[in-house]
Design a protein around this ligand. Structure first.
Ligand code: PEP
Ligand code: MN
Length: 344
């Protein structure tokens, strides 16, 4: 249920509502909007509490949340959320660009890449230190050494570090070095991991499982939000279909759908989403045109020697060109939005 407060409700009235919700055995989450504050009352027990909550001071209405996910839904928070870390911003009109190698391979490799990402206008640096690989014999990542290299690259460039955490026992270690914790596609329904990154209180990039439905994706995000961590970004990275011409099938309609259903920022990964370097620039531009709040791309000083995912990785020159095109589209759309707002 959502307890919608009157526009002029006092802080005391909001506090009293929170107490009331909690005394009914429900979890209270306060969401302060530009127009009014709502208190989301989350829990299994419901309808018969409606009257009790409605009579509270400063309460305007009590309405049920129809979506199976609660905190992630637009019903609870009508305005889009923005995630901001260092110079990286995604959502509510900002488009964030994260780029870097699939895997951190050496200090030189990550520093060189970070400089190129920064020079081209990126604000986030990706790079896997813990790598989820299909085969146990493939390169598994440099682990803590890799994390240290990422932190060094942040120090020099100011880029926000985005890196994957694969297991609950690694959360503290990865959180020590990373600015954004990435939960990989293969772990989207690892509920204990979702709870752990929720508790870590760092922004999270949650990747969609290759065969997860949108409801499953949003319910996975709900596990993180439910821990009191509201800094969640959803990443569409392609799904498994019958098609073989791409590594995965990248549904850009996910952007529109998710924007309708959730306030959380949506990031598109055209690298894993296509699995082919030549497709990445077009799909990155298309993602921005579709209204994505961010793009995450794989970039490497020499993709042909990359230790993982070289076949879907951009060179610095390709990345620079892609960024110019993405930024041109983002700027045009932002300008049109401003014009529309000014004339309405
Ligand atoms: C990655 O970002 O390198 C990665 C492993 O992605 P995904 O979890 O989407 O496969
Ligand atoms: Mn990869």
């Amino acid at each position: 249920m959502i307890v919608v407060m009157e526009p002029n409700a006092t802080q005391a009235a909001v506090d009293a509502t929170v107490k009331r919700v909690e005394s009914l055995g429900l979890k209270a989450n306060v969401i302060v909007g530009t127009e009014r504050t709502v208190v989301a009352a989350i829990g299994n027990k419901r309808e018969h509490f409606k009257e009790s909550l409605e009579s509270g001071e400063g309460v305007s209405a009590v309405v049920p949340i129809v979506a199976p996910y609660k905190m992630a839904s637009r019903e609870v928070r009508a305005e889009p959320s923005q995630i901001k870390v260092l110079d990286f911003a995604a959502g509510a009109g900002e488009v964030g660009f994260i780029a870097g190698p699939c895997s951190v391979e050496s200090e030189e490799q990550i520093l060189e890449t970070a400089r190129a990402v920064k020079a081209a206008g990126g604000t986030g640096l990706r790079g896997g230190a813990f790598k989820p690989r299909t085969s146990p014999y493939s390169f598994q990542g440099l682990k803590e050494e890799g994390l240290k290299m990422l932190a060094t690259a942040r120090e020099e460039t100011g880029l926000c570090v985005v890196t994957e955490v694969m297991g609950t026992s690694d959360v503290d270690l990865v959180a020590k070095y990373a600015d954004v914790l990435q939960v990989g596609a293969r772990n989207m329904q690892n509920y204990r991991l979702l709870e752990a990154v929720g508790k870590a209180q760092k922004p999270v990039l949650l990747k969609r499982g290759p065969s997860a439905t949108m409801d499953e994706f949003l319910l996975a995000a709900e596990y993180i939000l439910n821990e009191g961590n509201d800094q969640v970004m959803l990443c569409e990275r392609g799904i498994r279909t019958f098609e073989g011409h791409t590594r995965f099938t990248l549904p850009l309609a996910s952007v529109s759908y998710l924007h309708r259903k959730t306030h959380l920022p949506v990031i598109i990964d055209p690298s894993h989403g296509t699995g082919h370097t030549y497709m990445v620039p077009d799909m990155a531009v298309a993602a921005v045109a579709a209204g994505a709040d961010g793009v995450i791309m794989e970039v490497h000083p020499d993709p042909s020697t990359a230790m993982s995912d070289g076949y879907q990785t951009l060179t610095f020159a390709e990345f620079e060109r892609t960024m110019r095109r993405c930024k041109a589209v983002a700027n045009t759309l932002q300008e049109l939005d401003r014009e529309e707002k000014a004339s309405s």
